[in-house]
Structures are given as structure tokens and as C-alpha cells.
Write a protein that binds this ligand. Structure first.
Ligand SMILES: Nc1ncnc2c1ncn2[C@@H]1O[C@H](COP(=O)(O)OP(=O)(O)OP(=O)(O)O)[C@@H](O)[C@H]1O
Ligand SMILES: [Mg+2]
Length: 243
């Protein structure tokens, strides 16, 4: 593998005396689709937040394309090409669908000009036709699945090199997931590197090429997703909820 796009070494994240991440080391190659699975409280969200600059790591190193980025603020990480789709589907509830997308495109508009924003919004509407139908609707009135589409689309508006996604499936019906996961696979095939945190391990392992199994603030097992899914011990110990 060529030098990884993302390289995280010995990442530690603390909240007061709580050690949420205890020396996590992971990599995402250029164009790779990598999963992170594991039980509740294993430190998955903390790792993503530290990579995205939402929380400051206590120690460890994070490089993007070989450049050290640990400790940068979240808006600086957006400039570096990292977009986080956070857990919980946060949308700007009283703004329209289109305005949510415009807000996501702010950094890119500074680079490419406002005219390019229109093209990007149209691209998102092609990806998620449901959002096009609801373009003028307040984001807070969308269904859970539509809000998840909007949060992913808003992240894509910044033209990331690396998309970090936290719990795409949370509270969503299997039918919506049958739509969303193939969209992520297509985005990856078009060249986007993705690190996907997911509780439904079978879903994550079906779309990613490699995955890390997290436990208690650290990487417990890593390997090819196609091998992990056949590993009875992994499946039994870490799979939790499935659908
Ligand atoms: N803001 C916070 N303040 C204090 N403790 C926190 C905070 N966020 C997370 N933690 C704790 O850090 C540990 C790791 O949490 P984290 O959210 O990273 O795990 P997770 O793997 O994403 O879990 P889940 O599957 O439930 O989303 C847990 O013990 C959690 O209670
Ligand atoms: Mg989490």
C-alpha cells in the first residue's frame, strides 16, 4: 500500500479522568473504505472526533497525506479535506434542506466561488433525489432517514478527501439502510476514502474492505472485512445488534 491517507498512532482521548481512547492506531489508505466496529463505549466516536478536530487528543499523532494534523480545530480539518458526519444526525432544524447544504459548502465556496455551489447542490440532489423533492422544507421536519441523507450530503459539500461517518444506521429502518449503504459504496468507488463507525457489524463488514474491532478504548482485532465476518469469535463477541 502507498503511504496511507490517514495514519493515527497511539491516539489517546480523555474526558476528565475517563480514558475514552487508549492508544488507538489505525490507517485508511487512499481510496479505501474502512470500518470501525465494537461495543458501546469502546471509543469509536471519540476516535472519529479526535481525527476531525472536534476533541483534542491527550496524546498520539494523526497525519493526513503525511502531514501532521493532530490538534487542529474542526474547521481547519474541513480545510484539510476531512468531513465528519457525526452521530445523532444533527441538522440545522429551522433551515431549509437547501440552506443546510449551502452551510456545508461554505469552505468549498471560498475556494471555488459561489457559482460552483449550485453544481454541488445539484450533485447532492442527484445522489439523494428525496432531498431534491424536499429542498425548501425545514430540515427539522424531515424523516430520520432523510435527515441522515442530508447530514451525509452536507459533509460531501466540502469536497472531502476523507469522510468520517459515525453510526449511519442508528434508529433507521432496514429499508433506508438498503438505500444508504450502496450510496456510500458508490462514493467510495468514485475515489472517496471513508472511515465508517457502525454498530451493525454485518452491515459495516459487507461494504468495507478492512475493519478494526474496538474494545475498551483500543483496537482489539483488525483484518479484512471478508475474514472478520467469517470469524465466529468476532461475530459472537462484538456484533451486538444486527439487521
Ligand atoms: N463528553 C464526554 N464526557 C465524558 N465521557 C465521555 C464523553 N463522551 C464519551 N465519553 C465516555 O468515553 C467512553 C468512550 O465513548 P465513545 O462515545 O467514544 O464510545 P463509542 O464506541 O462511540 O460508543 P457508542 O457505540 O455507544 O456510540 C465511554 O465510556 C463514554 O461514556
Ligand atoms: Mg459512538
Amino acid at each position: 500500500m502507498s503511504a496511507p491517507l490517514l495514519k493515527v498512532e497511539n491516539l489517546c482521548v480523555n474526558y476528565g479522568h475517563i480514558e475514552a481512547a487508549r492508544g488507538i492506531s489505525i490507517e485508511v489508505g487512499e481510496g479505501e473504505f474502512v470500518g470501525m466496529i465494537g461495543s458501546n463505549g469502546a471509543g469509536k466516536s471519540s476516535a472519529l472526533k479526535a481525527i476531525a478536530g472536534v476533541v483534542k487528543p491527550a496524546s498520539g499523532s494523526i497525519t493526513l497525506g503525511g502531514k501532521p494534523v493532530q490538534g487542529l480545530a474542526s474547521h481547519e480539518m474541513v480545510h484539510q479535506g476531512v468531513a465528519l458526519v457525526p452521530e445523532g444526525r444533527f441538522v440545522f432544524a429551522d433551515q431549509s434542506v437547501e440552506d443546510n447544504l449551502i452551510l456545508g459548502g461554505f469552505v468549498q465556496a471560498q475556494r471555488s466561488g459561489v457559482a460552483a455551489l449550485r453544481d454541488d447542490i445539484d450533485r447532492m440532489f442527484q445522489l439523494f433525489p428525496r432531498l431534491k423533492e424536499r429542498r425548501t422544507q425545514q430540515a427539522g421536519s424531515l424523516s430520520g432517514g432523510e435527515q441522515q441523507m442530508l447530514v451525509i450530503a452536507r459533509g460531501l459539500m466540502s469536497h472531502p478527501r476523507l469522510l468520517l461517518i459515525d453510526e449511519v444506521s442508528l434508529g433507521l429502518a432496514p429499508k433506508i439502510l438498503d438505500f444508504l449503504f450502496p450510496v456510500l459504496v458508490d462514493l467510495n468507488r468514485q475515489g472517496l476514502s471513508i472511515l465508517l463507525v457502525e454498530q451493525i457489524a454485518t452491515r459495516a463488514l459487507a461494504v468495507t474492505s478492512r475493519a478494526y474491532v474496538m474494545e475498551n478504548g483500543n483496537v482489539k482485532i483488525s483484518g479484512r472485512s471478508s475474514d472478520l465476518v467469517k470469524d465466529a469469535a468476532v461475530m459472537e463477541a462484538y456484533l451486538g445488534k444486527q439487521h
